[in-house]
Design a protein around this ligand. Sequence first.
Ligand SMILES: C[S@@+](CC[C@H](N)C(=O)[O-])C[C@H]1O[C@@H](n2cnc3c(N)ncnc32)[C@H](O)[C@@H]1O
Length: 225
Amino acid sequence: MKAESFEPLPTADGSPTLLHPAFGEAYSSRYGAWMQANELYLKLTQTHLHPSPRVLEVGFGLGVNFRATLESCLQHGVYLEYLSYEAFPVSREVLNSVELPLSALAQKIWAGVLGDWPAEPHRPLCLEGAWGRLEVRFEDATQAFFPAEWATAIYFDPFSPKVNPEPWQPHVLKKLFLATSKGARLATYSVAGGFRRALAASGFVVRRVSGIGKKAWTVAERPEV
Ligand SMILES: C[S@@+](CC[C@H](N)C(=O)[O-])C[C@H]1O[C@@H](n2cnc3c(N)ncnc32)[C@H](O)[C@@H]1O
C-alpha cells in the first residue's frame, strides 16, 4: 500500500497517528497516540516498574508502543525483551513518517529498526543491543505460536473487534493466556462485554479501568497461583 494512502491524523497530545485505508481506523487513540502508549499499554501492565520486562504485542503497527516502552526502559536502565506480531506491516516510508518525542539514544535505536525494516517481510526483524532485544514476527496472531509462559505483559492492540474481529477470538485469548508468566498483565483499549467474558474464560482476572475522557480500558491479570 502506498504511503499517501495512509492519512495523517494529529491526536490530542500533539503526537501523530495514521488512518488505515482498508480498516478505516486510526492506529492509535485520537486522545493521544503517545499518551495511549504510555498510560494504557506501558503503565497499566506495570511494564514501567518491571526489572526485566518481556512484552508480547499483537499489532506492531507504527511502533508507538514499542518506542514508549523502549524510552521507559532506557530511563530505568532495564533490559527490554519485546516480541511483536504484525500481519499487515506498513512500509519503511510509512513507519518513518510517524515521529515521536524520543531521547537521542532511543532515536538511534529506532533508526536501527527503520534501517533493518524489510522491504519484503518474509523473515522476522530481530534487533539486539545493550538496551534489549526486539523481534517483530510478520505473522497472523490467530495462527502464530506464542512462547509458553514467557510474557510479563501483553499489549493487545489489533484494530477494533468491529473491523478486525479475528484476533479478538476466544482461541487467540486462550493462547495469549498460555503465553503469560504468573502475575503478567494484559492491557487493551476495548471494554466490549463479550471480549471481557472471553478473557475471563481464558483464565485472566479482568478489570475495567478509567481511561482518558469518557473512555474506559481493560486490564487483565494472570493470577500468581
Ligand atoms: C491499532 S494498530 C497497532 C498500533 C501499534 N501497537 C502501535 O504502537 O503503533 C493494529 C495493528 O494490528 C495489526 N493486525 C491486525 N490483525 C492482525 C493479526 N491477525 N495478527 C497480527 N497483527 C494484526 C494491524 O496490521 C495493525 O498494524
